[in-house]
Design a protein around this ligand. Structure first.
Ligand SMILES: [Zn+2]
Ligand SMILES: [Zn+2]
Ligand SMILES: [Zn+2]
Ligand SMILES: [Zn+2]
Length: 297
């Protein structure tokens, strides 16, 4: 990048007003407020800042490449939009390729900056990945047919958990079937929060419970021989709801692992009595938000 067009302090193309010292060295509007002398010739900045409108106009006429061009981004934009784009650019290494991490290997969608709106995130998971949204209703977590490719760990189609109003936090429930280990691994990730940057920490409780049913004899059949008497079981797990940034590290390390037999019918039948119930609540017991989700397996 041409040194005469980038700010000598932040090394970026100035996105707003461009100023200069008495000797003509430029500096951007963000950096000049932090300095009293020109970083290049050390002459003091005037009390009345000198604006360089000619360079502003020259740069206004141009299009600039994304800072992550080397990573593969082909986006070009006006100088005023560079950092806005970079914040949500799918090639920004500071963002988390959540879809890839959870198992959608060909999806480059990223999260981790506050620049993506709740609507956009919802639309992505609903439209691109066919995710259901659970409020307080009945939601099924079924095997995603697209993912049935013989891998050892198969992805269950994630479910978005949120209340219906526009400011409700969004959680993504991700599950994988790990056949060799005999578990279904579940993790809950907060993908959007209303209270950024101060996010409350949440916890999620997963329980396997029995759905009341009129012709329910209390037995769940697994394969053609094993029988689980769920009446006698109270299975419950609690784990942290993770941030998008944490998801990268915890997805393989610390999910809850539900033995496959307990949820086997989730995968093959829409009409059984076992429910995986998920409750999300703030880790600090100060709020009354308690979205509840029932998986009718
Ligand atoms: Zn600067
Ligand atoms: Zn100077
Ligand atoms: Zn980009
Ligand atoms: Zn995606």
């Amino acid at each position: 990048m041409d040194a005469n067009r980038t700010c000598p302090i932040c090394f970026e193309i100035p996105e707003q007003e461009i100023y200069q010292c008495a000797a003509g060295h430029i500096i951007c509007s963000r950096c000049i407020v932090t300095l009293s002398i020109c970083p290049q010739c050390r002459v003091a900045f005037e009390a009345t800042k000198i604006r360089n409108r000619v360079l502003e106009e020259i740069l206004d006429a141009e299009e600039f490449e994304c800072p992550f061009k080397d990573g593969g981004c082909e986006y070009k934009c006006k100088r005023g939009d560079i950092s806005k784009h970079a914040k949500s650019c799918d090639f920004n290494p500071g963002l988390v390729s959540l879809c890839e991490i959870i198992g959608y290997e060909n999806c480059k969608y990223t999260l981790g900056s506050s620049s993506k709106s709740r609507e956009e995130i919802l639309a992505h998971f609903q439209t691109v990945h066919g995710c259901g949204m659970a409020d307080y209703g009945d939601v099924k977590m079924l095997l995603d047919p697209e993912e049935l490719n013989g891998d050892d760990a198969k992805l269950l189609r994630p479910v978005i958990i949120s209340q219906q109003h526009e400011t409700s936090d969004l959680f993504l429930l991700v599950g994988k079937i790990n056949s060799p280990l005999g578990f279904i691994s579940e993790i809950c990730i907060q993908v959007w929060g209303n209270e950024e940057p101060v996010k409350p920490k949440y916890e999620a409780t997963f329980s396997i419970v029995k759905r009341p049913s009129e012709n329910n004899n209390g037995e769940t059949y697994i394969g053609n021989s094993a029988v689980l008497k769920l009446d006698s079981l109270r299975l419950q797990w609690t784990l942290n709801v993770y941030t998008v940034e944490e998801a990268k590290y915890v997805l393989e390390a610390t999910p809850i692992n539900v033995p496959i037999p307990f949820l086997a019918n989730c995968l093959t039948s829409r009409n059984t009595e076992t429910i995986l119930e998920v409750k999300i609540f703030p880790a600090v017991p100060s709020s009354n938000i308690a979205p509840t989700l029932n998986y009718y397996c």
